[in-house]
Design a binder for this molecule. Structure first.
Ligand code: AMP
Ligand code: GLY
Length: 422
């Protein structure tokens, strides 16, 4: 029995907490800052996920055995390093290793050194030189801000002009602040995306079931990009042969290159894949679990989540098993009015007390308690899912659970899983 601090407040952290609490584990859970859902699993402490000194102080004061870091920001700010200095074990990469997500130029450099298949690219800090590169290429390119931009730093341009405008906004006008002063220009890759997570202890890597997210806000993959509107696993686009190739051609060389760079990777490496004609390439690395992907990864693991997270944190995953359960899981994000542009908050959520169908589950994200009620407190409010013997069954159960919950202005996609379900 351990005392565990989970950092973050999304459906990812609620799902990880429920994985840690599974099977009456008896672990004591703290969340910083957590949400209305995590209150059912443990204690919420009002420390923001970005406040590194306050988080270290909390972990020390509470004498926690393990800190599980959900979001990327505290990782890039060095939370795991600061905890290590106090002798506190933490799940997540060091600040140096978190650059795989925190700097796209660093990520591309590691891929090049490791011989990992990814889009060809060039890095610029000068707008005129970047625009000349686009014009010379004569075709649309993907423009990416080097630093963290909470999903706003990537423009998949469909014309040369659009790419040049994005370069001007990022470099010349500084619209994304320092994060956009350096840009990576990348070749546009065709194909189908998938989210491939591996838990790493510095040298070893254990793959989890492949998942797929749905980034656009509306059905049929239309409308603006979001943090993710739903997920399912397994994703059939990642065949067993492709999963094996991802391990040997992408994950293992990347881990070797990170060790050689003096930044061995511990934690979860989320490989954003583009798969074209059976060939996987890396679109991006994230150094934390995907959200909403985690809401399907947690129920699909046939194993002990504590052993997986603690083994990675301590740098020894030998003997840790992470098999995948049979069947499938599918989860739908329920979002607030005007998400993603300017989400409404403070709306009372109805139907949370209704019993969900067997196999269904509700993970909270942007929610908070207000007296006896639970109200919306962010753009992505709940992730409602189900696990079942087949993907079609999981979808039906998940949507049955979604239909019992409502609030003013709520919206969700009705086609999660469409690529696999047809
Ligand atoms: P990211 O924030 O890096 O995940 O990028 C956001 C989205 O942009 C990805 O999920 C892809 O849909 C798309 N994207 C990024 N890079 C490329 C690329 N080189 N080719 C095609 N699409 C891309
Ligand atoms: N769902 C995509 C992400 O977590 O980045």
């Amino acid at each position: 029995m351990s005392k565990i601090l989970v950092v973050g407040s999304g459906s990812r952290e609620h799902a990880l907490g429920s994985g840690l609490a599974r099977g009456g584990s008896g672990h004591e859970l703290l969340f910083a800052p957590g949400n209305a859902g995590t209150l059912a699993l443990g204690r919420n402490v009002a420390v923001p996920a970005s406040d590194v000194p306050a988080l270290v102080e909390l972990a020390e004061k509470e004498r926690v055995d393990l800190v599980v870091v959900g979001p990327e920001l505290p990782l890039t700010l060095g939370l795991v390093d600061a905890l290590a200095q106090k002798g506190i074990a933490a799940f997540g990469p060091s600040r140096a290793a978190a650059r795989l997500e925190g700097s796209k130029a660093f990520m591309k450099d590691i891929c090049k050194r490791a011989g990992v298949p990814t889009a060809s690219y060039a890095v610029f800090d000068d707008a005129e030189a970047a625009k000349a590169h686009v014009r010379q290429a004569g075709r649309p390119l993907v423009v990416k801000a080097d630093g963290l931009c909470a999903g706003k730093g990537v423009v998949v341009a469909s014309t040369v002009e659009e790419a040049c405008e994005a370069i001007d906004r990022m470099i010349s006008q500084g619209e994304l602040g320092d994060a956009g002063r350096v840009v990576v220009l990348e070749e546009l890759l065709p194909g189908e995306e998938a989210s491939f997570h591996v838990v790493c202890d510095g040298t070893r890597a254990i793959p989890l079931v492949a998942a797929q997210d749905h980034k656009r806000v509306f059905d049929g993959d239309r409308g603006p990009n979001t943090g993710g509107m739903g997920a399912y696993a397994p994703a059939p686009v990642v065949t067993p042969a492709i999963a094996a190739e991802v391990m040997t051609a992408i994950v293992e060389p990347t881990l070797r290159a990170m060790s050689e760079a003096g930044a061995p990777f511990r934690g979860v490496l989320f490989v954003g894949l583009m798969i074209d004609q059976g060939k996987p390439r890396v679109l991006e690395f994230n150094v934390r679990f995907g959200d909403p992907e985690t809401t399907v990864l947690v129920p699909m693991l046939d194993g002990d989540w504590f052993a997986v997270l603690d083994g990675a944190a301590r740098g020894d995953l030998s003997g840790v098993a992470a098999k995948t359960k049979p069947g499938a899981a599918l989860a739908v994000v329920m979002a607030s009015e005007r998400y993603p542009a300017s989400p409404a908050t403070g709306d009372r959520i109805d139907g949370l007390e209704a019993t969900s169908p067997e196999g269904a589950y509700v993970y909270h994200a942007g929610t908070k308690r207000d007296g006896d009620a639970v109200v919306t407190a962010g753009g992505r409010v709940l992730t409602v899912g189900a696990q079942a013997a087949s993907l079609a069954e999981a979808r039906d159960l998940a949507y049955a659970a979604v239909s019992r919950i409502s609030w003013r202005g709520e919206h969700h996609r009705s086609d999660i899983g469409h690529r696999a379900l047809g």
